[in-house]
Design a protein around this ligand. Structure first.
Ligand SMILES: [Zn+2]
Length: 149
């Protein structure tokens, strides 16, 4: 009788331990998704910045394309918010600092430098599958036809 009680307790704790491990694994996956989504977000924001910059520079407008980027960024932000909400606040590890600094560096380096001069190389490397227009290496949409890349 005592033995059964001990066995029961043992099983109970084993089950608890298992659930805690699963919980941790789940959080790890969620954090990986957060890092991934943050990477996508920075990329989309960088692309939007580059697009707005090049449009302003050429005194052009392409609101539909700008809207596509804004919509994509909003979607990623929503995804991030959902992912973060699924974690307890204390479980969010600061994995993104390095990547954030990197992204910031890119922006500060790209913007003041002459982007027109570094584009041609990338342009030759990649073209839009829809319309064949040259596109920058990590563009998310074709600047010409707006196709998602
Ligand atoms: Zn295109």
């Amino acid at each position: 009788m005592d033995f059964n009680k001990i066995k029961e307790m043992g099983l109970e704790y084993a089950e608890k331990g298992k659930n805690a491990a699963l919980d941790l694994a789940e959080k790890g996956r969620t954090q990986a998704k957060i890092v991934n989504a943050q990477g996508k977000l920075y990329k989309a924001q960088r692309q939007l910045g580059a697009l707005v910059y090049s449009l302003a520079k050429g005194n052009e407008e392409n609101q539909p394309l700008v809207d596509k980027y804004i919509e994509m960024i909003a979607n990623i932000e929503q995804e991030l918010a959902d992912l973060k909400a699924s974690l307890e606040p204390d479980a969010i590890i600061e994995t993104t600092f390095e990547e954030k600094d990197e992204a910031d560096d890119d922006v500060t380096e790209d913007a003041p430098a002459a982007p027109a001069e570094e584009k041609p190389e990338a342009d030759e490397a990649k073209t839009c599958p829809q319309c064949g227009a040259p596109i920058s290496d990590d563009a998310l949409f074709c600047n010409k036809c707006g196709a998602q890349l």
